[in-house]
Design a protein around this ligand. Structure first.
Ligand code: SAM
Length: 185
């Protein structure tokens, strides 16, 4: 597992990810709403307690799918408790991945990687796997915390993706963050 500042966010910190102020400043609808339509398939990679997964599921609706993927069962359990007995439980598929493999086969329209890529030990392998899951017009939104990831480190991450055949579409503005929307060349 990655060490130092790149260590995996512990389940005990999930509450801060769900804070109302965060949902206001990093509103999932404002951040991903324009990329998702009813019927689409998407991954919320490194979903944590799932504030994005839940809103993404509302956007893709009953004919769509959101794979909420995380390394830690404790994070998936928090999300499971929130959607239990609701319509969202048939849209969101919880999936525990391993440190260096997502392990899904479904083809996707959209991938969100919010505040997770800096925690992944092998970013190149991650981008390769995401690429293999993307439909030709699919998009990948990478958002990293500017308080943990320097501009130079973020550029390094983007360059890894570009060298694998991604293209940068735009750099959307997200509070306290560095972000890039990527597509396939
Ligand atoms: C800082 S949290 C962000 C959670 C969520 N994306 C959000 O913004 O609310 C990072 C999450 O990524 C997960 N994670 C870390 N390394 C991972 C890996 N290699 N594969 C999948 N998930 C990972 C952690 O378990 C944690 O839930």
């Amino acid at each position: 597992m990655a060490g130092g500042k790149n260590r995996v966010c512990p389940v005990e910190r999930a509450g801060s990810l769900e804070h109302w102020l965060r949902k206001l400043l990093q509103n999932p609808n404002g951040i991903v709403g324009r990329y998702l339509k009813p019927g689409m398939s998407a991954i919320d990679f490194g979903c944590g307690p799932g504030i994005f997964s839940i809103e993404m599921a509302k956007m893709v609706g009953g004919k769509g799918r959101v794979f909420a993927v995380d390394l830690q069962q404790g994070m998936l359990d928090r999300l499971a408790a929130k959607i239990k007995g609701t319509k969202l439980s048939s849209i969101i598929k919880l999936h525990r991945c391993s440190e260096n493999s997502i392990g899904l086969k479904e083809k996707l329209d959209f991938v969100l990687a919010f505040y997770v890529v800096h925690e992944v030990p092998d970013q190149t392998k991650l981008f390769q796997e995401i690429k293999s899951l993307m439909k030709p017009n699919a998009m990948l939104l990478v958002v990293e915390p500017s308080f943990h990831v320097s501009k130079k480190e973020f550029q390094g991450t983007v360059e890894k993706a570009l060298s694998l055949g991604f293209k940068a579409i735009e750099m959307p503005r997200v509070f306290f963050s560095r972000s890039v929307l990527l597509g396939l060349k």
